[in-house]
Design a protein around this ligand. Sequence first.
Ligand SMILES: *[C@@H]1O[C@H](CO)[C@@H](O)[C@H](O)[C@H]1NC(C)=O
Ligand SMILES: *[C@@H]1O[C@H](CO)[C@@H](O)[C@H](O)[C@H]1NC(C)=O
Ligand SMILES: *[C@@H]1O[C@H](CO)[C@@H](O)[C@H](O)[C@H]1NC(C)=O
Ligand SMILES: *[C@@H]1O[C@H](CO)[C@@H](O)[C@H](O)[C@H]1NC(C)=O
Ligand SMILES: *[C@@H]1O[C@H](CO)[C@@H](O)[C@H](O)[C@H]1NC(C)=O
Ligand SMILES: [Mn+2]
Length: 692
Amino acid sequence: MKSKIVLFVAFSVFLAANATISPLSNLTPNNRTKCPEDNNRPPNRVNTTVVLKVLRDEMKKEGLSVYIITNSDENLNSGAHNMRVKRISGFSGSSGFAIVTDDKAVLSTDSRYFEQADDEMDCNWILLKSGVPGYPTPYSWILSETNIADSVGLLDASTTHSSFQAYTDNLQDRDVRKVTDDLVARNWTQRPPLPDNDIFIHTYEYTGQNHTDKISRIRNSINAGDVRIITDLPEIAWSFNIRGDDLNGLLTSPLFYSFALIPKDPAKNPTLYLKNFAAKLGKNNLKEHLKCDNQGQCPPNQQDCIKVKEYATFFTDLPNTPDRHILPSNVNLRVHDAATTPVKRNSAIQMMKAVKNDVEYRRYFECQVRDSAHLVEFMAFFEDQIVNKKADNWTELTAANYLDSIRRRDPVNRGISFGTISSIGPNAAINHYRPTKLTDRRITRNELYLLDSGGQYLDGTTDVTRTFHFGTPTADEKLAYTTVLKSVIGLASLVWPEGIKTNLVDMAARAPTWKTGWGYGHGTGHGISYFLTVHEGPSNLNYQSARDIVPNMLFSDEPGFYKSGKYGVRLESIVGVTKWKGAETYLGRTYLTFEAATLVPFEPKLINYDDLTKDERVWLNNYNEECKKKTGEYLKSKGKTEAVKWLEARTKKLSTTPNWDQTTQRPPSGGSALRQTSVFGLISLFLLYVLS
Ligand SMILES: *[C@@H]1O[C@H](CO)[C@@H](O)[C@H](O)[C@H]1NC(C)=O
Ligand SMILES: *[C@@H]1O[C@H](CO)[C@@H](O)[C@H](O)[C@H]1NC(C)=O
Ligand SMILES: *[C@@H]1O[C@H](CO)[C@@H](O)[C@H](O)[C@H]1NC(C)=O
Ligand SMILES: *[C@@H]1O[C@H](CO)[C@@H](O)[C@H](O)[C@H]1NC(C)=O
Ligand SMILES: *[C@@H]1O[C@H](CO)[C@@H](O)[C@H](O)[C@H]1NC(C)=O
Ligand SMILES: [Mn+2]
């Protein structure tokens, strides 16, 4: 008895102690930079008082203490129709989710979006900075705001199966519930409709492989008795060699709303689910391409035929599909729960798509020459406008629109690949800034101008960033640019033995910026597609994830430097992975390297040439030669003389002898070079101190 009391007391003390160390949330909207609101209310800030109240009323009706809101849909996409987070919080970034309780509202996002979220959200919202020390995880925040048995709701259509599992596991004895009726959608006036645009065949001359062959490869990746369920829109577009025009949000991709089933058994036809399928089959030779009839049915024994059905019937068909259901590892909860025998597996289609075939790889490089030429043509014109004061009314937005219009003139262009990031001065410090009417700034001659843009073409998706200055840059701007350029070259010139993962490759880009105590809060590179999405998995270049990297993959090489409230520098080129052509290798191993696809020169005015090593100079000379040879020739063939001149002024050959001593790492003694270099050295030391 006594011992029981002792135990009881000890247990109570333990509970009490635990309560005091439990992660109490002291976060409020005032932890943000721009709250409470003063007279400088950001122009793009949204008042969410009413929508939050209406949502809380609906939560009460459902008996929910917490409701978690994401932008995702059943295809794990986030088009305008599904931007629930923007609807409820005002935050329009592509990455982030909201947690609403009966008296608090939180938005969780990563460092790329801190400034944007702080601007766009009103002071009803707490900003949960993901990955920043001192901030709780979403789980511990929810735990600290709720009691045992409180209910936490997640919408099945907008949640992945694994994140639902993670909430269930991490929220201990809270009642984590699947919600099947979208609470935000209930009161969403003027919700943009789910798009339903025409689809068209991506022809063999571009794809280099027919869809029947791709389907055989997919069948080979699963076992007897299996059916591969495809919910990822780029995978479906790739598998069937079809493109559409349904995804025109923050990223603009030639995708179409769909689902697909590919059974292992070749006697069973694959099924493609499309919105308004009958109308689509009648257009653009779709019926002939898929070899089905007007009703989307297949004639008997026609193994090459694809059955076509209505998009929404996918959810009623799935439970009646007898084979074992092989789902993607990253699968929507609603899809997962409709499957009768769900087995989650990484989709083999991801890697099939990421490793370009020889036709795609060759055509992609041709596409990049044209896209590089379009950017050079724009810059030659634009710089003349600004530097020579031909017009003083250029803004971030009008510049972006003009560049977009040049890309659209390309006969195989199908629009832009994402909203052009045209940003000057402090706006460029916001990683995923896109100009709007409210934030638009005049282009000046005394700030850095960062331009990140890309196009969609039948032969590739592009993405390129260059940073410019139309007057005289400061020493710290030049130091930032030069350091970022060293990172670009560090990655682009790396040679590594086959088999090494992407996290190690990334170090080549990080090293120069880490050496200065800087860094950047985003990946060095992402995969990029062949007329699909501008960001393509499964691999990326980031020290935080070890992924496969093999020949014929394409990546961006895009390090940066951002000084909040002042300026941003980012330089981005697309590179392809290829076998290194060295004469003899250790143990006869295969070595890999990158080759440049994007051929747009860098800005000499922003480069401290004295800081470049011999190897960096050699790389830059080779790159400039390629730019002249390919981009230059293309521009000449189109009669773009101003653009050719602009290009030539930026691709002059450098001496490959740095004017500092390679062995002592010191500047040469004597003469004015010393004074210059020493003054520079002092300035950079000072800047390093200030910037770090
Ligand atoms: C937001 O809207 C509410 C309701 O219309 C209003 O009471 C409140 O003053 C507004 N807040 C701001 C900061 O304008
Ligand atoms: C938020 O603000 C409170 C009150 O000023 C402070 O105690 C707390 O440390 C801040 N939290 C973070 C993560 O900055
Ligand atoms: C929100 O939608 C629900 C369901 O349609 C409805 O019952 C409720 O009255 C609506 N609330 C407002 C404020 O319109
Ligand atoms: C691919 O399909 C096209 C017509 O759709 C046909 O002309 C071509 O021969 C096929 N190629 C292969 C390799 O099967
Ligand atoms: C700038 O102003 C001129 C003259 O008013 C006009 O023709 C031109 O279209 C304007 N340019 C931009 C980029 O707005
Ligand atoms: Mn990019």
